[in-house]
Design a protein around this ligand. Structure first.
Ligand SMILES: *[C@@H]1O[C@H](CO)[C@@H](O)[C@H](O)[C@H]1NC(C)=O
Ligand SMILES: *[C@@H]1O[C@H](CO)[C@@H](O)[C@H](O)[C@H]1NC(C)=O
Ligand SMILES: *[C@@H]1O[C@H](CO)[C@@H](O)[C@H](O)[C@H]1NC(C)=O
Ligand SMILES: *[C@@H]1O[C@H](CO)[C@@H](O)[C@H](O)[C@H]1NC(C)=O
Ligand SMILES: *[C@@H]1O[C@H](CO)[C@@H](O)[C@H](O)[C@H]1NC(C)=O
Ligand SMILES: *[C@@H]1O[C@H](CO)[C@@H](O)[C@H](O)[C@H]1NC(C)=O
Length: 503
């Protein structure tokens, strides 16, 4: 079995998740590896691509062009209603959107407009480029997928809803809402990652993890997502893979605390990412960062409220079929993600900064997690000025991450974690877990952990367990509250000979 090698997740209620090239049956949010992720061929499995420039707009998609916008005489507005969209909340407007996209894609500085007074229902669609520069997909009204798995067209991918593919310099924005209609999906039986109350009579039967990510940018560069409200996603709200240059600004993401796998923003194999001034409350990680990411800047992000503290308690109940090994892992979302064939294929993450974040009522604060095994490195991670309120594992590095204890075996290889700084981390923690927990690999200890101005107090009650360190090296540059006396000085013996990290 292609047993997992390394998953690495930093969670800052922002979590970074790293998978090894050979894959992981990590979190149910990891997609099946059915798609080829290499270049154009990635489109092979994508049904119904639209907007390829080699296909000129058909005659009936008359290039109806509404008056130019104020912003510039060159820009043109392509209102989806001009292409036949109804926007009554029940008519399938997919074809109209495809036609509008095709037309807008051909014109420089075009805006595809979703007008404010409509609710547009679309089925799973791939908006593909390349397109002329300056394209804006402007959502001022509401767009939404069909309501749950029973309404999802059989021919459509259940892994994704709207995909933006091979685009350069595109903006997705607007004053409107992307409504995910996730409720029916959340009730699907699934692996351990769904709380038992989601299943019939509180069960967590193994089942499909085929719930769609709401918005996906794939193989694109210099993309901006701004101002939108994105809510109730069946699974991840917005994800980026194989992208370079991502700017997120002023986003608001909302789902209930009990909604499973509804990570807010997920990135993997993506570089140069800025996530600014956004609010995320959901049922899983606020921001998760997977393998192959570098140069990520996160500022002014508020996570929670809404991360149910109890959620992770439920998480820990493992279905007996997994414990007994009878669950068919291969058929579910534990599958390998495969190497994307661009950037790093190892579990490498570097240069990530999180500044001015607020994390409330969450199970994890800033987290780095890796599976045992695999190779790669996590380095140059800085958490600066993070305010925590009633957070269970405020600061955590877990290199023994295993979501189902019967399946993970001990392995000698590991992802190397080094250069992690925590500065000005203040607030309150849930006393059921120690606020600081560094569990590093036996073979590759964590090194160069620095802590400055860490002050964490019990939210209520008294501290039960002291801060925990295992194979963690680094220094406290100021005294911490609570005191942490378990970080070791200097460099570990084990690292005299550095293994090949492959990064
Ligand atoms: C749920 O429990 C009730 C009462 O114990 C039982 O009658 C019902 O059949 C159960 N439903 C399922 C789906 O197991
Ligand atoms: C992204 O935009 C920057 C500046 O606008 C430009 O220098 C860079 O070449 C662009 N990157 C790509 C891959 O197009
Ligand atoms: C780290 O990432 C930031 C962007 O987030 C970038 O400006 C900076 O140059 C990167 N630093 C290094 C050393 O690559
Ligand atoms: C973060 O918020 C501060 C204070 O509101 C503001 O000065 C700063 O520009 C913001 N950062 C970004 C990247 O927008
Ligand atoms: C892994 O190692 C730990 C500690 O050495 C041990 O308690 C545990 O039983 C081992 N697990 C397996 C699956 O070998
Ligand atoms: C330790 O980590 C910091 C970043 O947290 C980095 O600037 C520094 O160079 C690292 N030092 C060593 C010796 O690796």
């Amino acid at each position: 079995m292609g047993i997992p090698c390394a998953v690495l997740a930093f969670c800052i209620a922002i979590a970074f998740l790293l998978l090894s090239p050979r894959g992981v049956y990590g979190r149910s949010h990891f997609h099946k590896g059915k798609q080829s992720h290499r270049g154009r061929s990635g489109g092979r499995t994508m049904e119904s691509q639209v907007g390829s420039p080699s296909v000129p707009p058909t005659a009936d998609t008359s290039t109806v062009i509404s008056p130019p916008s104020d912003e510039g005489s060159d820009s043109c507005i392509f209102d989806v209603r001009s292409f036949g969209a109804v926007g009554d909340g029940s008519t399938d407007d997919t074809e109209a959107f495809r036609s509008a996209w095709k037309a807008a894609c051909e014109v420089e500085s075009a805006t595809l407009l979703v007008p404010a007074d409509g609710v547009f229902m679309l089925t799973s669609t791939i908006f593909s480029g390349p397109c002329q520069p300056g394209l804006v997909f402007q959502v001022d009204g509401v767009i939404m997928p069909p309501d749950g798995p029973n309404c999802w067209p059989k021919k459509d991918s259940k892994r994704q809803w709207l995909v933006f593919y091979e685009l350069e310099g595109m903006t997705l924005g607007g004053e409107g809402t992307v409504e995910g209609n996730g409720e029916e999906w959340w009730k699907l039986p699934s692996f351990a990652f769904r709380p038992p109350f989601q299943g019939p009579n509180g069960s967590t039967l193994p089942g499909t993890c085929d719930s769609p990510a709401l918005i996906r940018f794939f193989m694109s560069c210099n993309v901006t997502v701004r101002d939108l409200r994105i809510e109730n996603s069946p699974q991840f709200h917005i994800k980026f893979d194989g992208c370079e240059g991502v700017h997120i600004e002023g986003l608001s993401i909302n789902s209930p605390a009990f909604s499973p796998n509804t990570d807010g923003v997920h990135i993997e194999n993506t570089r140069s990412v800025a996530i600014y001034n956004s609010m995320i409350s959901n049922g899983d990680d606020c921001i998760s960062i997977g393998p192959g990411c570098a140069d990520v800047d996160i500022q002014n992000v508020t996570c929670g409220p809404g991360h149910g503290i109890r959620y992770w308690n439920y998480h820990r109940e493992i279905p007996s079929s997994i414990l007994s090994g009878t669950a068919n892992l291969g058929e579910n979302c534990w599958n390998s993600i495969g190497s994307l064939g661009m950037h790093n294929s190892q579990a490498c993450v570097s240069n990530v900064t999180v500044r001015n974040a607020v994390i409330r009522n969450s199970d994890n604060g800033v987290r780095i997690k890796t599976w045992q095994g695999g190779m790669g490195a996590v380095s140059g991670i800085s958490f600066d000025t993070v305010y925590m309120e009633n957070v269970r594992n405020c600061i955590i590095i877990d290199q023994y991450y295993c979501s189902n204890k019967g399946v993970c075996s001990n392995q000698s290889s590991a992802v190397y974690v080094s250069g992690v700084s925590y500065s000005n981390i203040k607030g309150t923690y849930d006393v059921r877990s120690p606020p600081v927990h560094f569990a590093c690999s036996d073979t590759l200890p964590c090194t160069n952990i620095t802590m400055v101005e860490v002050e964490l107090l019990p939210h209520e009650g008294e501290l039960v367990d002291n801060p925990f360190c295992w194979n963690a090296y680094g220094a406290m540059q100021t005294a911490t509250i609570p005191p942490i006396d378990c970080l070791q000085d200097g460099q570990p013996e084990a690292l005299r000979e550095m293994p090949n990290l492959g990064c």
